[in-house]
Design a binder for this molecule. Structure first.
Ligand code: ADP
Ligand code: MN
Ligand code: MN
Ligand code: MN
Length: 372
């Protein structure tokens, strides 16, 4: 099997000739949604007569749920409800990408739709102005499923030189990182940065700070852009939390959290209170931090490779081996935010921000029924 996909080798100059054709007053709108796996993204495109100016201009649509693990063949129509619109960095202006919620034909949320409940919780905590920033790590793979740029047989040199690296012998696949960054900026994603990670071919981008439900919306669309950019280059981005066993770092999705009280002078007191509440719900959080109730994260949260053990809760200033880290600057300023390092790379950001808001921002006695 070749290392990159065949379609990435099609003639891109020829493709550009067609992409340059004028399209009149028509607008191509690509609807994007989360499939039944809770990890995969699907999309399909329709023509609209004019450019939609807001979500209100976008009609509901449907798809065949029996082909996405979301319904049986007998009653297969699922509804797509547009919730968030972005500029399309592939087909360019005025074309759009639209993130959708999936509803069953009864208009109940689909099993994999964690946005619906998350949105209700965010409404309850909106006076606290909850800010989130998520650090999405991922690993690039060739079409053969082996990490991109690794020797076909054997392994690269041990970890050490790769984190934030430069040079052809240590930074593998930077084209993808840079193109994804530009695509995010064009689309309107609040991407705040990017860096090479500890394992070769492993990278990270950060999205945030985002308020409330916006965190999940932005991160899901940023993931779509990543997979789409990778498709152009013929490689694959995996969010598997431990793609390589052995002495190689896993892949996480740290979440940084603050409320208006935590950001104000003396806010560390509120950060410490939140951490004590999180301590009591360690098991529930682990369950929500990957799509398989903790099974995926079991391979990653070993207590080695800058992780905490999946069985223990810990917190500390500047401690990257703890469940919760208070950044050193926040410890000094006595206000700011904290970082939960437990979520796996393939977590659903709606599920993660939801349980985070329930546990750390709602009154303890009022919030148990909000855990789903
Ligand atoms: P790390 O040192 O853990 O690698 P990064 O620089 O990768 O941290 O990511 C930090 C994240 O924290 C960014 O996504 C940023 O948007 C977010 N962040 C910064 N300030 C706040 C805040 N007050 N509340 C919530 N998130 C924040
Ligand atoms: Mn980071
Ligand atoms: Mn990282
Ligand atoms: Mn981090």
């Amino acid at each position: 099997m070749s290392y990159v996909s065949d379609s990435s080798s099609l003639n891109k100059a020829l493709r550009q000739q067609y992409l340059n054709l004028p399209q009149g007053h028509f607008c191509q709108v690509t609807y994007v949604w989360i499939d039944g796996s809770g990890e995969g993204l699907r999309n399909k495109t329709r023509t609209m007569d004019s450019e939609p100016k807001s979500i209100a201009d976008l009609p509901e649509w449907n798809f065949d749920g029996s082909s996405t693990g979301q319904s049986t063949g007998h009653n297969s129509d699922m509804l797509l409800i547009p919730v968030c619109m972005f500029k399309d960095p592939f087909l360019l202006d005025p074309n759009k990408l639209v993130l959708c919620e999936v509803l069953k034909h009864t208009r109940e949320p689909a099993e994999s739709n964690h946005r619906n409940h998350c949105n209700k919780v965010m409404e309850k905590v909106k006076d606290l102005h909850p800010w989130f920033g998520m650090e999405q790590e991922y690993t690039l793979l060739g079409m053969d499923g082996h990490p991109y740029g690794w020797p076909r047989l054997g392994y690269p040199k041990p970890q050490g030189p790769y984190y934030c690296s430069v040079g052809a012998d240590r930074a593998f696949g930077r084209d993808i990182v840079e193109c994804h960054y530009k695509a995010c900026l064009y689309a309107g994603i609040k991407i705040s940065g990017t860096n090479a990670e500890v394992m070769p071919s492993q990278w990270e981008f950060q999205v945030g700070p985002c308020e409330g439900i916006e965190m999940g919306d932005q991160l899901w669309m940023a993931r779509f852009l990543l997979h789409r950019v990778c498709e152009d280059f013929g490689v694959v981005a995996t969010l598997d939390p431990k793609p390589m066993t052995g002495n190689w770092n896993g892949t996480g999705c740290h979440i940084n959290v603050s409320t208006v009280q935590m950001r104000e002078q003396g806010g560390i007191e509120h950060i410490e209170k939140a951490i004590e509440k999180l301590r009591k719900r360690h098991a529930e959080h682990i369950q929500a931090y990957d799509p398989h109730g903790g099974e995926d994260n079991k391979r990653r949260l070993t207590g080695c490779h800058e992780t905490s053990s999946i069985n223990d809760f810990s917190a500390g200033v500047a401690n990257r081996g703890a469940s919760i880290r208070i950044p050193r600057q926040v410890g000094q300023d006595k206000c700011g935010y904290f970082e939960d390092r437990r979520p796996a790379a393939n977590c659903d950001p709606y599920a993660v921000t939801c349980i985070m808001a329930v546990t750390s921002m709602l009154e303890e006695e009022k919030n148990t029924h909000e855990l789903k």
